[in-house]
Design a binder for this molecule. Structure first.
Ligand SMILES: [Zn+2]
Length: 231
């Protein structure tokens, strides 16, 4: 399986399990039942015996460490299964704005705030929002998506309390419109973790919508209120 894209996604997956736990607690749902449902959905989505075995062994054996590398498709399948099982009935699975959170958004937001306090603490502690977006987000992105994909990432400070993040995730197995909603949530959670006032994240252009046929990049606009300034 050397040709398979693997990245250090262990901590993200661990975070998803903690998010499932929190979501069940909030919604008064039985955790074991929800995990069993997510697992069977993952196995259904995995679509081949080899992949089903990886799901069993790598995802649900309780052996995911923060440093574990996992094939990108595992995270994609896990995210989709989780969104299907935990989204409230009738709720949209995706969002393009932090004003309309969906389950994938909340899972990204949860992970950012958790990582800010744990594994990625050095990248968050004492940072101002713009500083985090410009300097630290690219490092985290590179670590999770790999150096090749990270070359397509552009971060711009376009004014006080305004940044733009542009990424091109084409060809990345993990990429999906659901993953974009997670990115909206992650960026939003990161702004919260760096103390941004009234943060807003909008996914203004999505290159993956309609199956990614546009081939274009994904653009995320971030804004927040600067101290003493207008938003
Ligand atoms: Zn997108």
């Amino acid at each position: 399986m050397a040709s398979e894209n693997e990245h250090q996604l262990g901590d993200f997956v661990k975070g998803r399990f903690l998010f499932i736990e929190e979501t069940c607690k909030k919604g008064g749902r039985d955790l074991d039942e929800a995990v069993a449902e997510i697992k069977s959905e993952c196995l259904r989505l995995a679509a081949s015996p080899e992949r089903r075995q990886i799901i069993e062994k790598k995802l649900f054996s309780g052996a995911v460490l923060p440093s574990s590398t996992l094939p990108d498709w595992v995270d994609k399948v896990f995210l989709e299964a989780m969104s299907r099982v935990l989204s409230p009935p009738g709720a949209s699975p995706i969002t393009n704005s932090s004003r309309n959170p969906c389950l994938a958004f909340e899972s990204g937001r949860f992970n950012a705030k958790r990582q800010a306090a744990t594994v990625f603490r050095p990248f968050f502690a004492g940072k101002k929002p713009a500083q985090w977006v410009m300097k630290d987000f690219p490092i985290i992105y590179r670590q999770c998506y790999g150096p090749e994909v990270a070359k397509t990432l552009t971060v711009e400070e376009i004014g006080p309390g305004r940044c733009r993040v542009t990424m091109n995730n084409h060809g990345l197995e993990k990429a999906s419109v659901l993953d974009c909603s997670t990115a909206v949530g992650y960026l939003y959670g990161a702004l919260e973790a760096t103390g941004a006032k009234e943060p807003l994240v909008t996914h203004t252009t999505c290159g993956l919508i309609a199956g990614g046929r546009s081939g274009g990049p994904c653009v995320f606009e971030l804004s927040w209120r600067e101290e003493g300034g207008a938003k």
